[in-house]
Design a protein. Sequence first.
Length: 226
Amino acid sequence: MDGREPVGISYTPSNVANKADEAEFNRWYKEVHFVDVVKGKVLMNPIMFHHALATVPPGGDRFIIMYELYYKDLEEGQREFSKFTPKLLNDYDQTKGIRSPNRGQYKVFRRMFANQGPKRSQSFYAERLNAKDPAQAAALEKWYTDVRLPELMASGLFHTGSFGGSPRGEARTAVSPTASRYLGLFESSSSDALKLKTDAQRHSPLSKLHPNIVVAETVAAKRDSA
């Protein structure tokens, strides 16, 4: 994100049980948890985003943390990171946070940049997808890479767009069973995440998606400004 080109993206959502605890959880995550996580040198450059809607839809997530992955083999990176996992999870469980089952790690298949200028990601629009027929996953991947990604980038709404997934036979242990297998991620310098989502879907309606695509979730989120 922010113009960097990682091998993969870790989409890591979280929640809190009570809205009153959000500010403290947000502070702890950024000031304590981020520092501990990057010591493992697997999940790098964390950025905290907040769901754009004041009231998150059922099954959605208030906090969405993006990490960058630079291991070419995501499974190898996951094995390396597992050395740090017990302490991190124990520390997390001492907070009032709720780990979301919607997390996932995605190897980037293709990335596009709209320009050569600075690329600070103030918000993102994400399409989290699965294949209706896994046997036809290759056709889905090719269509999104060759059609959907360039089409949304042509809208002029985003400075960076990428499409990635858990490749066939790779990184399956690194993805939650309830997570989507594919992630279309579109980053913008605008802080109006909801307008971005509306404009993106107006430019390229979800009804135009490949017939083998099942939309698990579409998400608009804005960067934490604190």
